[in-house]
Design a protein around this ligand. Structure first.
Ligand SMILES: Nc1nc2c(ncn2[C@@H]2O[C@H](COP(=O)(O)OP(=O)(O)O)[C@@H](O)[C@H]2O)c(=O)[nH]1
Ligand SMILES: [Mg+2]
Length: 469
C-alpha cells in the first residue's frame, strides 16, 4: 500500500462522481459534464498542502454492465483478493466492458472506494448490482449521497439499501459543500479502514491549519485594500477656467478615481480567489450582485444599509465645508461622498470652491505657454461609510468565494435580500471605531500608527470571516 491513501470515486454515470472529486480536491479543472459517459479514463487528483500530496482521489468512468459484471463475479471461485484482477484480465478486450474494467483498475491496486449516488432519484436494480460488486471486491468503502438538485425524497430508501454493503454513508452535496462539509467527509473516511486512520487524521489537521492561514492572508489582503483605497487620490489641472472646462476635468478625474478604486478592489478579489484555489470562479460581473455592482451606484448604498437620509448627511458634511448646495440625487451618490480638495488651498473643499490658478506654467516641449487653469483633486475618501461599504463588499466576496464548491461551474450571483444590510452595519461600536481609527491614521499619513492597529483589525476581520452568514 502506498503511504498516501488513494480512493476511487465510483458509481453510475452522471451521478456526480467528477463533481465530488473536484470539490474535495479543490480542483476546478476536473471535467464535469451533463452528458453521461464522457469520462472514459481514470484520472487521479490530489489534495495537496504546501505542494505536498496528502490524499488521492481517482475519477473513474461509470458502471456500464453492472448486471453482467456481477454475474461473472458471483461465479468466480478464486480467492477474493484476485477477483478484480481476474475480472479485468477476462474482460479487457471486450469493448462492452471497457468502462467497467477501467473503473475497477484502481481497486486492483488497493484503492478504497467512495461510491457516489444521486439521492434525488429512487433505487434501480442496477444500483443493487453495483453495490454488490463493490462488496465482493472486499475493499474498504463508503457511500456518498449527492442529492443533485437538493431533492432528498429518496434519502431513507438509499440509506436502508446501503446498510448491508457500506458501514459508513454520508450526505454530501458536491455543488454546495462548504469547507466544514469537506472535512466531515474526510473524517468519515478515517473509519472505513483502520490502517488509513492516522494518515487521514493528519490530512484533516493539515487542511484545518491551511484554512486558518488562508483567513489570515485574506484579512491581510482586505486591510491592504483599505490602506490603498483610503489614501487614493487623483489630481489634474483643467486647461481653462470656464464652467464647461472645469466640468469636463471633474468628470475625467472622477472617472479615473473610480477606475483606480475598481482596480484595487479587483486586485483584492483576485488575491482572495487564488487563496481558495479558484481559477474559473466568476462573480465580479454577475448581474444583480452587490459585490459586482459599481461601487458608486445608488443601489450599492441602499443595499448596504445606507439610507437616503444618511447619504444626505454625508453630503451635508461636504456641503457645509464648501458652503455650496450639491444636488444629492445627481452628485450625491457618485461624487459628493468623497471630498474634492483644491490642490492649492488644501484641506477639504468641494468642486464649487475650487479656485482657479491665476497663472499656471505649462511646459510644452520647446514652447512655453502660460495658461489659466484649475487644479482639481479627487480623493482621498474621507467618509467612514465608504470604508464600510468597501469592507462589506470584500466580505461578501470572501464568503462567496470561500464557500464556492469547485464543482460549481456557473457564474456566481451574490445577492442580498432587499433591505438587508452589510455585515459591518451589525458590528458593535468598538469594532467600527477601530476601523475608523485606522482610516483616520491613514488620512493623516500616520502609517506607523496605522500599522500598529493591523493585527487587531486582522483578528476582527477573521472573526467576521468565520461567522456564519
Ligand atoms: N445541481 C447539482 N448538479 C449536480 C450535482 N452533482 C452533479 N451535478 C450535475 O450532474 C451532471 C453530472 O455530474 P458529473 O460530476 O460530471 O457526474 P459523473 O458523470 O458521475 O462524473 C453535471 O451536469 C453536473 O453539473 C449537484 O450536487 N448539484
Ligand atoms: Mg465524470
Amino acid at each position: 500500500m502506498s503511504e498516501v491513501p488513494v480512493f476511487a470515486v465510483v458509481g453510475h454515470p452522471n451521478e456526480g462522481k467528477s463533481s465530488v472529486v473536484s470539490t474535495l480536491t479543490e480542483d476546478d479543472s476536473v471535467p464535469i459534464s451533463a452528458v453521461p459517459g464522457e469520462t472514459r479514463q481514470c484520472v487521479t487528483y490530489a489534495i495537496k498542502v504546501d505542494g505536498e500530496t496528502l490524499l488521492r482521489f481517482v475519477d473513474t468512468p461509470g458502471f456500464e454492465m453492472p448486471q453482467q459484471t456481477l454475474r461473472w463475479m458471483r461465479q468466480f471461485s478464486g480467492p477474493t483478493e484476485r477477483l478484480v484482477e481476474e475480472f479485468i484480465l477476462a474482460h479487457q478486450d471486450d469493448p462492452r466492458f471497457r468502462d467497467d474494467c477501467e473503473l475497477l483498475r484502481p481497486l486492483a491496486k488497493n484503492a478504497g472506494i467512495v461510491y457516489v449516488v444521486d439521492g434525488s432519484r429512487p433505487l434501480r436494480p442496477n444500483d443493487e448490482a453495483e453495490m454488490e460488486i463493490l462488496r465482493l471486491t472486499g475493499r474498504p468503502r463508503m457511500a456518498v449521497i449527492n442529492p443533485k438538485g437538493g431533492d432528498t425524497t429518496y434519502l431513507n430508501e438509499w440509506k436502508g439499501a446501503f446498510g448491508k454493503t457500506f458501514n459508513v454513508n454520508l450526505q454530501f452535496n458536491a455543488h454546495r459543500a462548504t469547507f466544514k462539509e469537506r472535512i466531515a467527509l474526510l473524517q468519515a473516511l478515517q473509519h472505513i479502514e483502520q490502517e488509513w486512520g492516522g494518515a487521514i487524521a493528519r490530512v484533516v489537521a493539515a487542511l484545518q491549519a491551511d484554512w486558518q492561514g488562508r483567513l489570515d492572508a485574506c484579512a491581510d489582503a482586505i486591510l491592504d485594500l483599505l490602506a490603498k483605497a483610503l489614501t487614493l487620490l487623483v489630481s489634474g489641472t483643467s486647461p481653462g477656467e470656464s464652467v464647461l472646462e472645469r466640468e469636463k476635468q471633474r468628470e475625467t478625474l472622477v472617472a479615473a478615481f473610480q477606475d483606480k478604486l475598481a482596480r484595487l478592489e479587483g486586485e483584492c478579489r483576485r488575491e482572495l480567489k487564488s487563496r481558495f484555489q479558484h481559477n474559473l470562479f466568476k462573480a465580479d460581473l454577475a448581474a444583480g450582485s452587490v459585490a459586482g455592482q459599481d461601487l458608486f451606484s445608488e443601489e450599492t448604498w441602499q443595499v448596504l444599509g445606507l439610507t437616503r437620509q444618511q447619504l444626505s448627511l454625508a453630503m451635508a458634511t461636504v456641503g457645509a465645508t464648501v458652503g455650496a448646495a450639491i444636488d444629492v440625487a445627481a452628485a450625491g451618490v457618485t461624487f459628493g461622498v468623497f471630498t474634492i480638495g483644491t490642490g492649492l488651498a488644501g484641506g477639504i473643499a468641494g468642486w464649487t470652491a475650487t479656485r482657479p490658478l491665476a497663472r499656471l506654467k505649462v511646459e510644452l516641449g520647446p514652447y512655453s505657454r502660460e495658461l489659466g487653469g484649475c487644479r482639481l483633486q479627487v480623493g482621498p475618501l474621507r467618509n467612514p461609510q465608504l470604508m464600510f461599504v468597501l469592507l462589506d463588499r470584500a466580505l461578501i466576496y470572501f464568503h462567496c468565494v470561500s464557500n464556492w464548491a469547485h464543482a460549481r461551474r456557473e457564474e456566481a450571483t451574490t445577492t442580498l435580500a432587499e433591505g438587508k444590510k452589510g455585515v459591518t452595519a451589525g458590528w458593535d461600536r468598538e469594532r467600527r471605531r477601530l476601523f475608523e481609527k485606522y482610516q483616520a491614521c491613514l488620512l493623516k499619513g500616520q502609517l506607523g500608527k496605522a500599522n500598529d492597529l493591523r493585527s487587531q483589525l486582522q483578528q476582527l476581520l477573521i472573526r467576521a470571516m468565520e461567522e456564519e452568514r
